[in-house]
Write a protein that binds this ligand. Structure first.
Ligand SMILES: CC(C)(COP(=O)(O)OP(=O)(O)OC[C@H]1O[C@@H](n2cnc3c(N)ncnc32)[C@H](O)[C@@H]1OP(=O)(O)O)[C@@H](O)C(=O)NCCC(=O)NCCS
Length: 139
């Protein structure tokens, strides 16, 4: 993950339990046995309208080739099968790439409780002092 996330080590955010219990809503794309993209998502247990994308990553050498879009489309199909009408996701305000990607994918940014660099953020969404930009897509 540090290689794919500009040196940020986010491995603790993806404990193996995700790969045990969210297999139906998580996807990988491989090319010749090389992992070139993955998405980890799940259906919200709390809000029966919502599917949530927890992580998406594409190998740096394979970016801007439509792999991220393909992973998102796959998840959207799974959400429709589960009668979900809203997809949510979040990212750190420093991750401008992710913000641009989500906007290109049609997501809007939810109103938060503060702003960083002019972008609405929710300050304590994933814990104290861990502001996040929250995305929403109606499908
Ligand atoms: C964000 C990420 C998953 C995008 O994957 P990707 O395969 O390059 O994206 P795609 O090629 O499918 O692009 C989908 C759309 O986003 C746009 N996009 C992709 N990267 C972009 C960038 N750096 N800046 C602006 N727009 C971008 C594309 O132009 C495309 O829009 P279009 O079809 O209207 O032209 C990838 O850059 C990545 O893994 N980044 C590091 C990890 C990360 O930050 N993950 C997200 C937070 S968990």
């Amino acid at each position: 993950m540090p290689d794919w996330w500009d040196g940020r080590d986010l491995r603790s955010m993806l404990p193996k339990v995700f790969f045990v219990h969210f297999c139906n809503t998580s996807f990988v794309i491989e090319a010749e046995n090389l992992l070139i993209g993955f998405l980890v998502g799940f259906m919200s247990q709390t809000d029966e309208n919502v599917g949530y994308i927890h992580f998406v990553g594409v190998h740096p050498k394979f970016r801007k080739e439509g792999i991220g879009r393909k992973l998102y489309n796959q998840f959207i199909e799974q959400c429709k099968l589960n009668k979900r009408t809203i997809i949510k996701s979040c990212t750190s305000p420093i991750n401008k790439l992710s913000i641009s990607f989500h906007q290109r994918m049609g997501f809007t940014i939810e109103a938060g409780d503060d702003e960083i660099d002019g972008i609405p953020v929710t300050l304590n969404y994933l814990g104290d002092n861990n502001p996040k930009v929250i995305f929403r897509l109606d499908i």
